[in-house]
Ligand binder design. Sequence first.
Ligand code: ATP
Ligand code: MG
Length: 437
Amino acid sequence: MPSAADLTRAFAESVVRRLRDAGHQALFAGGCVRDLLLGSVPQDFDVATTARPDEVRHLFGHRRTLAVGASFGVIVVVPSKAEREAGVVPVEVATFRTEGPYIDGRRPEHVSFADAEADAKRRDFTVNGMFLDPLDDRVIDFVGGQQDLAARVIRAIGEPRERMAEDKLRLLRAIRFAATLGFELDEETRSAVREMAGQLTVVSAERISAELRRMLMHATRRRAVELCADCGLLEVIFPELTPVLRLGKLGEHSPWERTLRALDVLDRPRFESSLAILLHSMTGRDDAPSMDEHCRRLRLSNNDRETAVWLLEHRHDLDAIRHRSHWFLKRLCAHPDIIDLISTVRALRTAAGESMADVEHVERFLAETPRHVIDPPPLLDGGDLVALGLKPGPEFKRLLDAVRNAQLDGTIDTDEAAIDFARRLHAEGVADTKDRP
Ligand code: ATP
Ligand code: MG
């Protein structure tokens, strides 16, 4: 059985062949060429062509195409239903173009259709600027990409300062590619990034977060963060890290060095865990914004924000957990992000040279305890309290929590016992609310 990657490649080749048969020039372009030449598997394929967007749509049919970026000349060609079910991903077909002028440091004023060479030169880095003819296996390289690929160097196409000034996201992209590919930054390109780092602020938070996400999800996240710090970009994205970074220069046992080590050993590629680790050393400082605030500034989704905040707030919950009550452990283990909390804490503890006993205790408990024991159906809900004649209000939650904790501890296990317990707590006017995960 061919893999989804093989089928995706075959589909992309069929797109090229169809364009070619209709008399157009058509080539693989950009990231997929780089990945193929490196011997790695491209996630997706981009095709560049002399065909105009309307010609592409006409050729593949309106039902099989999406005009997502028609103003840029980009048409998405969608595989058949059977192919999609086999994991084949759509191919972006873009008309060769030049872009310009760039006035706001983010996007071109307009694009115009052009030839392959001009299209190569509008791209960001030489290793991203090559074409490949997949039908006769020929590389078309106007920018010296093959040489830089062999030397493992990220180099801006053309004059680095000019290219970074056009679109300031390229400052961050230079680092992402250097880190994820394990390449060096060309000296001129690096100086340009250093000098211009402060200008990243003109780029939208969404585009910055998208790059940050890709850097932090990748196993090379430590190097990405180090390069960002070294070039001054990290302080632009997170100004409040500045004091931690300064202390970092003091070496080996500094909080910053520990942060880097933790990022390095993190064993699950989760954005939220990485972000929690990256920012943990500056929270707790009075002047530092909360994790919630950082996530809002980065315009993360509510889901991502809530997870990152939860991970950071609960990173000490595993401390001495063997001596905490049963309900505390169960509530923690019932949380949807517990696996990420465990890997976050494991990374932080490894980096600090601390014991793994608590982490292993929780892992063992999770592995050995059935779900219905960790998170059994509640014995009591708000409706039951109303039936008892209580009025909805803050006490409700306290009572429900207290009953829940007693249930998880195993001190009550029937509806009757739960009602009895709630009634008693209400009469005494006490409800244990401490330590709720
Ligand atoms: P990845 O495999 O990480 O997706 P990629 O090279 O495919 O890497 P994309 O962001 O998907 O990166 O962009 C596809 C191609 O478009 C790049 O290889 C590059 O040629 C060009 N490109 C993308 N963004 C820019 C930009 N900001 N400036 C110039 N060229 C760009
Ligand atoms: Mg891509």
